[in-house]
Design a protein. Structure first.
Length: 115
């Protein structure tokens, strides 16, 4: 199983970024995919999760109305569109999948929101 995130970077408050997570090594369309983030000195928190067909989605309270998760099953990729970014969104963002009770993480991509 391999999860490779991309799309992070430095953005000003109010700006947008789109993260991607390319998955391989498992049957992508059979598993829930999620994004987590970890800010300095804090634990990992759920950002968003999407069901296998993309029809059921959950968001963390702090990102509701600003972030959108989606997936492209033929491309084995899950996305996180982040709008109206705030300094408190600064964190390393991770892609995650749980397969047969084992959780896999990507290497993470840094998002920094600062003027």
């Amino acid at each position: 199983v391999q999860l490779v995130e991309s799309g992070g970077g430095l953005v000003q408050p109010g700006g947008s970024l789109r993260l991607s997570c390319a998955a391989s090594g498992f049957t992508f369309n059979q598993y829930i995919m999620s994004w987590y983030r970890q800010a300095p000195g804090k634990g990992r928190e759920l950002v968003a999760a999407v069901s296998t067909a993309g029809t059921s989605i959950n968001y963390g309270d702090s990102v509701k109305g600003r972030f959108t998760i989606s997936r492209d099953n033929p491309k084995n990729t899950v996305y996180l569109q982040m709008n109206s970014l705030k300094p408190e969104d600064t964190a390393v963002y991770y892609c995650r999948v749980t397969i047969r009770s084992f959780t896999y993480w990507g290497q993470g991509t840094q998002v920094t929101v600062s003027s």
